[in-house]
Structure formats: C-alpha cells, structure tokens
Design a protein around this ligand. Structure first.
Ligand code: ATP
Ligand code: MG
Length: 352
C-alpha cells in the first residue's frame, strides 16, 4: 500500500485538483484507492458531490475519536473511497494541542486500514498540526507546484518541515514526486519555473505537466471529476497520464512543449489550448458562469477562454524570471544547500 500526501503550504496551487484526479485516475487504472480529505475547506469532498454535512462522520470525528475509521470511509465507486472532511477540522489544532503524541494521532487511527493500493491525502494550505499529522502518516510526498512567479517561494520552509518530520517522527518519509500544475507552455515564465523545478528536484519531477485547463476548474461545481465531465479535455489527458506515471506505467502521450514564439495561426498538431476550449464549447457547452469563485487570498485563475487571450497578451509584462540575480551571493549559498533561488528559511509553523 502506497501512502502519498499532496503537500504545499502555498494556497491554490492545485493540491486538491491533483488529489481528486490522481485518486480517480488510479482507480480507473484498476487500483483500489482511498482519498483522505484533511482540509477543513473540504474541497476534495465537495468535488465528488458530497455536500457539507456537519452530522456526517469525517476525518475530524476520526481524529477526535468519535467515530471509527472503517465506518467513516465512504465508497464512491467500486475502486475509489473517501474519508471526507468537515469544517470542524479547522479547530483540531487547538483540540489536540494538549494530547500526548499529537503529531501521530492520524497515524494511530489509520493504522488498521488495509485493502487499498493507494492512500492519497489532500492537505490544507498550511504547515500546522494537520499537515504534520499527514506527513507522519504517509511514506511519500508529492508536491504540486503552480507554474507561476513565486512558485518556488516558500519551498525552503516546506523542505525544512519535511526534513524535521523525517528526522523526528517518520524516518521513511521521502519526496517522491513534484508536479508542475497550471502549466501554460506558451508563457516563458511557466517554462522557466518548470526548468527551475527540473534543476532542483531533477528526476523527482513528473514528466507529465498539468496544463491550465478550464474544464478542471468547472468540473467540481458539477460534482464530477474531469474524466466524467470532459473526458477528452487536456485536463483529463494530463491527469490520466499523471496517474500512469505514479503507477509506474508508460505514458500514452507526453505533455507537448510549446515554444515562446508560437505562431498565432495554429500549426497542425500544435494547436493552442484555446482551440480545444472552443471545440469543447460547441460540444459540451457547459455554462462557464457556473465556475465557482476562487477563494479569497488566492490569485485569480485563468478559467475562461477570454482570459486565456489576456494571459498571452500580458506575457510581455510578466515579472522577471526566477533565476538568481547576480550579486545575491547569500541566496546562492542557500540555493546550493536547499534549492534553486529559494527564499530564506523560516521556522516551521509547528514546533516539532
Ligand atoms: P488550497 O490551498 O486552497 O487547498 P489547492 O492547492 O488545493 O488550494 P486547487 O483547489 O486544486 O488548489 O486549485 C485552485 C483553483 O485552481 C481551483 O479553483 C481549481 O479548480 C483551479 N485549478 C486547479 N488546477 C487547474 C488547472 N490545471 N487549470 C485550471 N484551473 C485549475
Ligand atoms: Mg485544496
């Protein structure tokens, strides 16, 4: 049984979208999968059409010992089950603060689970007690990274926290995957961020990049995965490929790399995503006004086709690339130790 946490304390980078679609993609490949939603926002739970219900047994009720894990796991399909979240999880840091071994509560409670090939954990955007519990429970970490400016900012804090948990709580913990999310190959910034990731994480970066695709943003509002909602979309192709890579199967079709000087007239075989969206618009024609509002504090996302155009136009005004500025030797020392152009290390959110 492989236990993998999707972790990045930065908000809105694609953790939940990846957790949901990796879980569903692995299930499609015939793997038995459990998805644990540890985020009080419950976005993964909602993505499967399970609405907020304070009465429903959840990861929270398991953590506080109110319900048994077996009775709390809900089957979604034959191959896929979920341990749903609840808003009450938001207070669990406080509730467990005086508990002895509070970092191991999840691990203890889930000790008994068996019969799954994969257990995926969707973490909240923080490095608080919930995330530390997830890191203590799993063996593997996959880090989704949004291919944008500041994408690498904060990764040194994440690496330091992972290192502390590994040394003090869970020696088997390893980063086994880095996922480039919301990748738009027409933008030089996205390509630069992606190559910074390759330089630092090397073969841990999955070959499959998850392209920006409006269908991925729309699917949760229909309570469906993108595989059900828009099976032929880029989002669906990319997450199918990612699931194959995670499962160790050969890729069907790698993510195409688009050059910066891509012509505005589509070249056969290199059509920009806009083309696909237009085609889909004619066939699937879901109302894009139903797209859920991006939560506060997050960067607005390019979820409409018209925004796609704006995004290309703004490329020239994009902020400078993330490569180190000459003269910033201090940053370079840190880079050599802990990553490319990573910001100064800060203390983790939880004392370990
Ligand atoms: P949080 O930190 O709040 O839990 P997160 O890291 O889980 O956020 P998601 O919720 O997966 O991030 O994604 C943030 C938003 O971006 C969502 O509205 C989601 O639908 C959208 N999104 C994610 N991936 C893509 C993509 N490849 N293309 C377009 N939109 C995307
Ligand atoms: Mg999330």
């Amino acid at each position: 049984m492989r236990k993998i946490a999707l972790v990045n304390q930065k908000g809105g980078v694609g953790k939940t979208t990846t957790a949901v679609h990796l879980a569903a993609g692995l299930a499609e490949l015939g793997k038995k999968v459990l998805l644990i939603d540890l985020d009080p926002q419950a976005n993964a739970t909602l993505s499967f059409g399970l609405h907020h219900n304070p009465e429903r047994p959840s990861a929270y009720s398991v953590l506080i010992g109110k319900t048994d894990v077996e009775e709390t796991i809900q089957p979604l399909t034959e191959m896929l089950s979920i341990l749903p979240s609840s808003i009450d999880l938001a207070g669990v840091d406080m509730e467990l603060s005086n508990e002895i071994g509070r970092e191991r509560v999840l691990s203890d409670k889930l000790d008994e689970i068996s019969g799954f090939d994969f257990v995926l954990v969707d973490c909240p955007p923080s490095l608080g007690l919930i995330s530390v519990n997830a890191l203590t429970f799993v063996d593997e970490i996959h880090i989704p990274v949004q291919c944008e400016f500041f994408a690498l900012h904060g990764l040194s804090l994440l690496m330091r926290t992972i290192d502390l948990v590994k040394r003090r709580l869970n020696p088997t913990l390893e980063i086994t995957g880095v996922i480039a999310c919301m990748y738009d190959g027409r933008r030089s910034l996205a390509r630069e961020t992606s190559s910074e990731l390759d330089n630092f994480f090397q073969d841990k970066v999955f070959k499959t990049k998850i392209r920006t695709n409006v269908r991925l943003a729309e699917a949760p509002s229909h309570g469906k995965t993108v595989f059900e909602y828009a099976p032929d979309s880029y989002g669906s192709q990319d997450y199918r490929n990612l699931a194959r890579e995670v499962a160790g199967l050969p890729l069907e079709q790698p993510t195409p790399v688009v050059e910066e000087t891509a012509p505005t007239t589509p070249v056969p075989g290199h059509e920009p995503e806009v083309t696909e969206s237009v085609v889909e618009e004619k066939t699937a024609a879901p109302d894009t006004t139903e797209i859920p509002v991006v939560e506060s504090g997050k960067e607005a996302l390019p979820v409409t086709e018209s925004n796609e155009e704006t995004k290309i136009e703004t490329e020239q005004k994009a902020p400078p690339p993330v490569t180190p500025v000459p003269g910033k030797e201090e940053e370079k020392v840190e880079t050599e130790n802990s990553g490319p152009n990573l910001p100064a290390t800060v203390r983790p959110a939880v004392e370990l």
